[in-house]
Each structure stands twice: as structure tokens, then as C-alpha cells.
Design a protein around this ligand. Structure first.
Ligand SMILES: [Zn+2]
Length: 95
């Protein structure tokens, strides 16, 4: 059970909760040496543990997300898609 962020209603039991990301940011993950465990077997068939490097890299971090019911989720996605289409229309008109 959860409380919808948009309509403030409490859901019925065993109704799936939709998560909507409202804030996110780009994040640079650093290189880390010998931090990930990789399991394998040696030539005698015994379990062998190798520690491998984490390459790091660039990714999106979620700063804030809200719970939503299915109706509010669908409405939010329709409005978001509409705003993206309008932004694309404005971009094509300028060029
Ligand atoms: Zn709702």
C-alpha cells in the first residue's frame, strides 16, 4: 500500500506502485581497483575468487522519485510526452 503523490489517495492492497523520477543528475563514477568479485573455477575444479576492477564511468543518479497510482502515472506521462512534442515543434519551427 502507498499514498499517491499527485491525488493523495491511499491505494488498495496489492496494487502496483509506479515510481516517477522528478529529479536526476549526471554523476561521474570513479575507477576503483579490485572491488568486484568474479567467481570461477580453477583447473582442479575448485571455486576460485578473482577480484576485478570497476571501470567507473558516467551515469544518471536519481535525486528524487515519487510514488504514483496508475491513473496519475498515465496522466503524467501523457503531459510529459505532450510537452516534449511541443518542444520539438518549437525547435523545428526555429530552424
Ligand atoms: Zn494518484
Amino acid at each position: 500500500m502507498f499514498i499517491c503523490h499527485f491525488c493523495k489517495k491511499v491505494s488498495k492492497p496489492q496494487i502496483a506502485c509506479k515510481k516517477i523520477v522528478t529529479k536526476s543528475y549526471m554523476h561521474q563514477h570513479p575507477f576503483r581497483a579490485k572491488v568486484q568479485k568474479k567467481l570461477g573455477y580453477d583447473k582442479n575444479g575448485r571455486l576460485k575468487i578473482d577480484w576485478i576492477d570497476d571501470k567507473g564511468g558516467r551515469g544518471v543518479m536519481i535525486a528524487q522519485e515519487v510514488n504514483s497510482c496508475t491513473d496519475c502515472y498515465n496522466q503524467y506521462m501523457r503531459e510529459k510526452q505532450k510537452s516534449v512534442v511541443e518542444a520539438d515543434d518549437n525547435a523545428t519551427r526555429k530552424t
